[in-house]
Design a binder for this molecule. Structure first.
Ligand code: SAM
Length: 156
């Protein structure tokens, strides 16, 4: 779905990486207007990202993983995965470009997520916007406030 949003926002080349061939087939069938703009890659992103050439740079990288922890004991592992992911992503964003960092792991609360992403992206990035959940996800009690989205801008 984000691929379609990117296309509607004017992206002319959209690369979507997912380890699920089924998810990408669904995206291809339902979430692309101009198929020529979409490139689908079935891969584990932790394997794929380190293999990217240094010269491969993107204007915008959207990191939208699933919830990664159901138990408190898993949090250190999840944070290590986020660090690995954002360190790798930081190397492939053009100056002036951005990273959209999404997190739906409820046990990783907003300040911890922000701190983790900030440290992993490094001093070249700053938090431009911290978005609240959309109106279709009302937050009526503390535990419902688990959807976190930050827009991080790389300095020019
Ligand atoms: C929240 S969904 C992303 C939805 C997507 N942004 C969209 O708009 O359709 C999370 C996706 O991450 C994928 N995923 C989970 N672990 C992954 C990994 N290690 N490498 C690549 N994809 C992974 C899942 O298959 C799932 O489709």
């Amino acid at each position: 779905m984000l691929g379609r949003s990117a296309e509607l926002a004017g992206a002319t080349s959209i690369t979507e990486v997912d380890q699920s061939a089924r998810a990408l087939a669904f995206a291809s069938a339902h979430h692309s207007g101009d198929a020529a703009k979409h490139h689908y890659i079935v891969a584990d992103v932790f394997d794929w990202l380190p293999g990217l050439a240094d010269a491969e740079l993107y204007d915008l990288v959207i990191v939208d993983p699933p919830s990664m922890a159901s138990k408190q004991q898993q949090i250190p592992t999840v944070l290590a995965a986020y660090r690995k992911l954002y360190r790798a992503v930081a190397r492939h964003v053009v100056p002036g470009g951005a990273v959209v960092a999404a997190c739906c792991t409820s046990r990783v609360e907003r300040p911890l997520f922000e701190r983790t992403v900030r440290e992993a992206l490094g001093p070249g990035f700053s938090l431009e916007r911290d978005l609240p959940p959309e109106p279709d996800h009302p937050v009526g009690f503390a535990q419902a406030d688990y959807l976190k989205v930050g827009i991080w801008r790389r300095a020019r």
